[in-house]
Ligand binder design. Structure first.
Ligand SMILES: *Cc1c(COP(=O)(O)O)cnc(C)c1O
Length: 712
């Protein structure tokens, strides 16, 4: 980080010459100097160049206004004002808070000034680097010899082997040097919460508006288990979002607790609409307890916030209403909610603590922020037992954590601080909004069909749009007012073929075709439904990426309207079965799959499948114990009725479990099986479109096998 921007003073010799000297001196110290043309140019440079670490300007020629504008971009950036003896120096308190330093125009002072600028730059770097990351950088720079793990010894072991050297060169020296042993005492300990690791936790807690935060190096999959193990003793009952991540199904298999489920609604697109307010009422919970063997009043609740499709709850309502002492918001998808006002009141950590309740929020830092994979955080607000919680934490944490993961999540937090952080999130919200508007504009201009977006009619401003009962766009009918909101950065694109009520049109373009087309052009879709595609506008999405997605969509339309051959339009798909696709054209393929969806009446079957839950014959824990004892056998998927499933069955998409371990599909819940069989059937007609069902094994002959309980 070594770029300094210099605003050249208007040509007067007594100012020019000291600047020329300073240029030489700063260059000698390794700085790179750039000369913006005017204030607007300077601001743009700062906005687009995170490496700029200082601005030099003339105090008389550039007003305080400029300082304020720079401050809005980055309040930590050092500003160097040059003055002469007559400059007026009435600096207000506000300006004193800026990193603003004054120098006089004098000859032969450049060396001195350059040294001071070097020092202020170092202070700037020090100020923006969070504690553990700083300690790790320092440790790596010191280059100590260690006689401990890891065995690659800062990478040197790799260099003793040809293939190891290839590996070393690929990952680079610092990646390997930063992979250090827990024996390095100056870095403190993740498990003991000491030294720079403790400082990092405190730093993260302050950043995310939590009372305490824990850093988890094995994803939110692990974070969720830690929270669950601490919160629910054996024999207790837990309220779990049926739309839960599989890590929560695993929690239920690991610990002997009784689940009762919060049931989200679903629309015809296959989008989950979140859990309606009635599900959170005491009456609803009491009814479920009465219907469930061994259930008692729940001690803990887990709610997915946001859903995969980007729906966020009014969390204030849930925290106030839900009568359980401990509430966990699984926010793996939304680690950024604390950094933009549109998310206020929609996250676990927003607002004050709730008397008598403890609130947890788990986040996959790596999913939408800048951190290495597996970086995850647990945030807590409320009273809990630290010692016991830490046992649960250690139970799931390796004794050899990867410090690069830890430092990356701390850096992700640092990136979100102050004005630079606010700007980062604002930009991705605005980019998503702009993209939404562009698609709508293309739709208006388009002759014939074009893609649509799942959003309200009016999207003038960035906000989390409520799914209100008087709106039709969301397709959930009678929703609760001000309860559930759509996050603007989760963009669901709709393809033609189905309306929001689930009525299938005469013709349609199944989304899987678009996903394959985009994939072959290097644009990877996050999730593909029957007639919808999900795209995430995270902070790494820049204008060029958004443009290439738009281009991909318009190219798809053009090729589709020209009715190109599948072989030309989707070469990778063609390669999967050239005989099958030999003369097929894209519109025939689209119509063929669309017709299958019509034959099976997919929207209605999907709705019915999630209408009735299968029957819980034993808890997931009991079922897993049977599995460990070998009391399981396989059966064909279509033979599942009347048998207890040993594992979770989860078609992807939508990626939500339809059967949990220990559950049985009965005549009442037959629609669940019919839905699964329909997915298999649709997938089997066209090579390359096989359905992915977690928990079911696809054999070479195209049969799906599942594992079920075998009574001994
Ligand atoms: C991805 C995800 C997880 C697991 O997070 P990882 O960081 O991948 O382990 C947990 N919950 C939800 C809702 C998720 O989407």
């Amino acid at each position: 980080m070594n770029i300094i921007a210099i605003m050249q003073p208007m040509g007067v010799y007594y100012k020019d010459e000291p600047m020329r000297e300073l240029d030489v001196a700063l260059t000698g110290l390794g700085f790179k100097l750039i000369y913006p043309q005017d204030s607007a140019d300077l601001l743009k440079l700062i906005e687009h160049n995170a490496r700029i670490c200082g601005v030099i300007f003339d105090w008389d020629q550039l007003s305080m206004e400029l300082c304020t504008e720079i401050n809005d971009l980055n309040e930590y950036l050092p500003l160097y004002a040059f003055i002469n003896t007559t400059s007026s120096m009435d600096v207000s308190l506000n300006e004193m808070r800026m990193a603003l330093y004054f120098f006089e125009y004098t000859l032969d002072a450049a060396e001195d000034i350059a040294q001071r600028i070097r020092q202020y730059t170092d202070e700037y770097i020090d100020a923006i680097t969070p504690p553990l990351t700083k300690a790790l950088f320092t440790y790596v720079k010191e280059g100590k010899y260690t006689f401990c793990t890891p065995g690659h010894m800062a990478g040197t072991a790799f260099l003793k082997s040809p293939v190891g050297t290839l590996f070393y060169d690929f990952f680079g020296a610092n990646t390997l040097k930063a992979d250090v042993s827990i024996s390095v005492t100056e870095l403190g300990s993740l498990l003991d919460h000491t030294g720079p690791h403790l400082e990092a936790e405190e730093y993260i807690a302050r950043t995310f508006n939590a009372e305490q935060s824990y850093m988890v190096t094995n994803g939110t999959s692990t974070a969720n288990k830690i929270v669950g193990m601490y919160s629910a003793p054996a024999g207790s009952t837990v309220l779990i979002d049926r739309n839960c991540h599989k890590s929560l199904a695993h929690l239920l298999m690991m610990t002997n607790i009784v689940p009762i489920y919060l049931r989200p609604v679903r629309n015809a697109y296959g989008i989950l609409g979140g859990i309606p307010q009635r599900e959170f009422s005491r009456e609803s919970i009491a009814l479920k307890i009465a219907q469930t063997a061994n259930a008692s009043w729940p001690v803990h609740a887990v709610i997915t916030n946001s859903t995969y499709d980007g729906l966020l709850y009014n969390t204030d309502y849930i925290k106030q209403t839900l009568d359980v002492p401990s509430i966990h918001f699984d926010s793996a998808w939304v680690p950024y909610t604390n950094f933009h006002p549109i998310y206020a009141g929609k996250s676990g950590m927003s607002g004050e603590r709730i008397p008598g309740k403890v609130i947890y929020e788990t986040q996959s830092t790596h999913k939408l922020l800048a951190a290495f994979s597996q970086a995850s955080m647990i945030h807590i607000k409320g009273d809990y037992n630290e010692g016991t919680f830490n046992e649960a934490y250690m139970m799931h944490t390796t004794t050899s954590p990867n410090y690069s993961i830890v430092a990356s999540m701390e850096t992700a937090a640092a990136m979100l601080r102050g004005n630079p952080g606010r700007r980062l999130i604002t930009r991705s919200v605005e980019r998503a909004l702009h993209f939404r508007k562009e698609v709508m504009r293309l739709r208006e201009e388009s002759d014939g069909w074009f893609f649509d977006i799942w959003q309200p009619e009016e999207i003038d401003e960035a906000e989390c749009w409520p799914l209100n009962p008087d709106d039709n766009w969301h397709g959930f009918g009678e929703t609760d007012r001000d309860h559930i909101f759509l996050d603007p950065i989760k963009v669901t694109i709709l393809t033609p073929g189905m309306d929001e009520k689930g009525a299938l049109a005469k013709t349609g373009i199944p989304a899987a075709l678009v996903a394959k087309f985009l994939d072959e052009r290097g644009v990877v879709v996050e999730k593909t439904g029957p007639y919808n595609l999900l795209f995430l506008f995270s902070i790494g999405i820049d204008k060029t990426k958004a443009m290439s997605l738009l281009r991909g969509l318009t190219e798809f339309k053009r090729s589709f309207d020209l009715n190109l051959r599948v072989g030309n339009m989707l070469p990778d798909l063609y390669a999967e079965d050239p005989d099958f696709y030999r003369n097929m054209r894209i519109q025939d393929l689209a119509q063929g799959i669309h017709r299958l969806m019509q034959q099976h009446d997919l929207p209605r079957l999907m709705l019915r499948a999630f209408d009735t839950l299968p029957e819980m014959k034993m808890t997931p824990y009991e079922m897993f114990q049977h599995q460990v004892r070998g009391n399981v056998e396989t059966c064909e998927l279509d033979q599942l009725i009347g048998k207890v499933s040993a594992t979770m069955i989860l078609p992807y998409p939508p990626g939500v479990p339809v059967v949990m371990p220990g559950e049985m599909i009965t005549e009442e819940s037959r629609a669940v099986l019919e839905f699964l069989l329909m997915l298999c059937s649709i997938g089997s007609h066209y090579p390359g479109f096989e359905t992915d069902i977690h928990g079911a094994k696809l054999t070479e002959e195209g049969r799906y096998l599942v594992s079920v309980f075998k009574p001994s």
